[in-house]
Write a protein that binds this ligand. Structure first.
Ligand code: NAD
Length: 322
């Protein structure tokens, strides 16, 4: 890995993954600039973060600003995005336009100035394909009128743009994250399942399991995701797509029970039909399981933090920050 001090631009750097990545890069001696329009809201931890790391409240859509910023940095970690299943239903156009236009802006300028890009993609791109998910495997999506696929479709298009720019000479790596969790994961209607369950459990409210809870996921702790992302700077990762995930699979009902035990709450677990949560129609991805051969070979990395350890750390953070 490149050990010299790099000038790093992190789009979406005020977000969950971006803020942890920013702090770790600074700890490793790199210079970091955070770009974020705070679309996802200003959180209490931001004041501390922005005191130690330069922050620009700008949209990645602003082509001219992006061009100057990219020219002034060696590496761009492009994490800004609108995401979350609920956003695909409520804000599909905003989501697709922001994500696609922002990525195009970053890639165009990075090619112009010969800058390295690490692009944050998602396990959602595999859609309903049969796991284990291998990077060069086929993808399978439902009907276009099911809005929930718009995030997967936009990230797929962005990945394809990345590889296209790679053919033109850009040094770019696509990392496909599998359900990252940890301190600072957002709570609320647009949140992922772990913050939603922890928050309900700590408030003594019912823990809402969507559907029958047999759907499985592999959760990856934030520090593991950050380390793998930084390792993706290595030259041998150029023009590669790499799954970033753990293989500790759990179904959502068991996850609810585990969080119930770890928080010692008396919250009941309740099943909520998908139709109630997503009246516009929904299709669940039953199982997500990554093949991590490429991650272990190209990044020489496998996740270190056990699920219970990571959950306890996340629960502690929610206890002190909610
Ligand atoms: N968290 C996960 O489990 C997960 C899984 C797969 C992929 N990802 C990808 O990782 C990246 C980071 O996700 P996260 O979980 O940290 O989400 P997040 O919402 O916490 O971070 C995204 C950040 O992007 C910012 N943003 C949105 N629109 C913007 C714009 N137009 N200009 C500038 N900033 C903008 C938001 O304000 C937010 O701070 C995203 O690209 C996401 O698609 C995350």
């Amino acid at each position: 890995m490149n050990q010299k001090s790099l000038r790093c631009l992190i789009t979406g750097g005020a977000g969950f993954i971006g803020s942890h990545l920013a702090e770790e890069l600074v700890n490793q001696g790199h210079k970091v600039t955070i770009l974020d329009n705070l679309y996802n809201g200003k959180q209490s931890y931001h004041n501390k973060l922005f005191n130690k790391i330069p922050f620009l409240k700008t949209s990645v859509i602003d082509e001219e600003v992006i061009d100057v910023l990219v020219s002034n940095h060696d590496v761009i970690f492009h994490l800004s995005a609108i995401l979350g299943v609920k956003s695909t239903m409520d804000k599909s156009v905003e989501l697709m336009e922001t994500n696609i236009d922002g990525t195009r802006n970053i890639l165009r300028s990075a090619l112009k100035y010969d800058r390295k890009v690490v692009f944050a993609s998602t396990s959602e791109v595999y859609g309903k394909a049969a796991p284990p998910f291998v990077e060069d495997g086929d993808r399978l999506y439902g009907s276009t009128d099911k809005l929930r696929w718009c995030y997967a479709v936009s990230k797929t298009l962005e990945e394809t743009l990345c590889l296209g720019y790679g053919l033109k000479g850009l040094r770019v790596t696509v990392v496909r994250y599998f359900n990252i969790y940890g301190p600072r994961a957002k709570e609320g209607p647009y949140a992922g399942v772990i913050p939603r369950f922890i928050s309900a459990a700590l408030k003594g409210e019912p823990i809402p399991v969507y559907g029958d809870g047999t759907q499985t996921r592999c959760f990856t702790f934030i520090s593991d995701a950050v380390e793998a992302t930084i390792r993706a700077l290595d030259e041998k990762c150029n023009n590669e797509i790499i799954n970033i995930g753990s293989q500790s699979e759990i179904n959502i009902l068991d996850l609810a029970k585990l969080i119930r035990n770890l928080t010692s709450t008396s919250s009941p677990i309740v099943h909520v039909p998908f139709e109630e949560v997503y009246p516009l129609g929904f299709e669940e991805i039953p199982n997500r399981f990554p093949d991590i051969t490429k991650m272990s070979q190209l990044l020489t990395f496998t996740p270190k933090v056990s699920f219970t350890e990571g959950l306890n750390e996340t629960i502690d953070w929610f206890k002190n920050n909610e």
